[in-house]
Design a protein around this ligand. Sequence first.
Ligand code: ARG
Length: 289
Amino acid sequence: MSAPTLQAAPATRPLRTARTRHYAMCPPTHFDVVYAINPWMHPGTPVDVDRALSQWAGLVAVFESLGHRVDVLPPAPGLPDMVFAANGATVVDGRALGASFAHAERRAEADLHAGFLTDLGIEVHRPQHVNEGEGDFAVAGDWLLAGTGFRTSTAAHAEAQELFGRPVVTLHLVDPRFYHLDTCLTVLDDLHGQATVAWYPPAFSAGSQAVVARLFPDALEASEADALAFGLNAVSDGRHVVLPQQAGQLAADLAARGFEPVGVDLSELLAAGGSVKCCTQELRAPRTS
Ligand code: ARG
């Protein structure tokens, strides 16, 4: 009897496929650092709004050059963190869970964001519990990964599961420098329904590290230096990964896995503790199947 034929392993790295995305972004017209709600913020730090605006416009141009659609959320005076549009809601399957900010300084952003989404024809569920949108919620395949520890409450995780009908995996954040999930974990693709993530394990509790390792055995680990450069605050379309250009090792590791890293300079926004992903909210369309 001859031995069963084994399927040949792919000789090359996987072919990464981009999917066209729809983003909401808000220009840093009123950007400033006048309060401190994370360890990166030092009120009194001089802020160059023109530089922030041109860096932000560069990010918009990158997304558009990749074929993505960007809708602009109008900025409002007195809300210096509004540029971080990812925090304003979570949009999955064409439905939105509105944000409820942990800190009073940002609370007024939630209604502006909800009104903007409503005008786009997206139904917004008003939240009952504190959640900071895609700062702490990440879609990974059919699941939602959800951070807690500094901002979003676990009650909001349950609220999101009920609204979206997707399993929510709670992950505990333990390092205040990585106060949102999107500062220490990024979803790169959904290849064959199995998501690939990159992350910085020390930002998570021991139990949550074990959960991520179990769900994503291929997860890419970022160095501390790249995590501190906000390298994980990245936006991927499945093929192109837009990330801060300072995260050089991570970019090289992504390329080795078949992704195309696209480095951008958003250094001015680091004074408020944010970068690429913080500026970018994804508007996910209703499911077609
Ligand atoms: N200064 C903002 C805050 O602390 C930064 C938000 C960054 N956004 C993000 N999605 N991580 O709330």
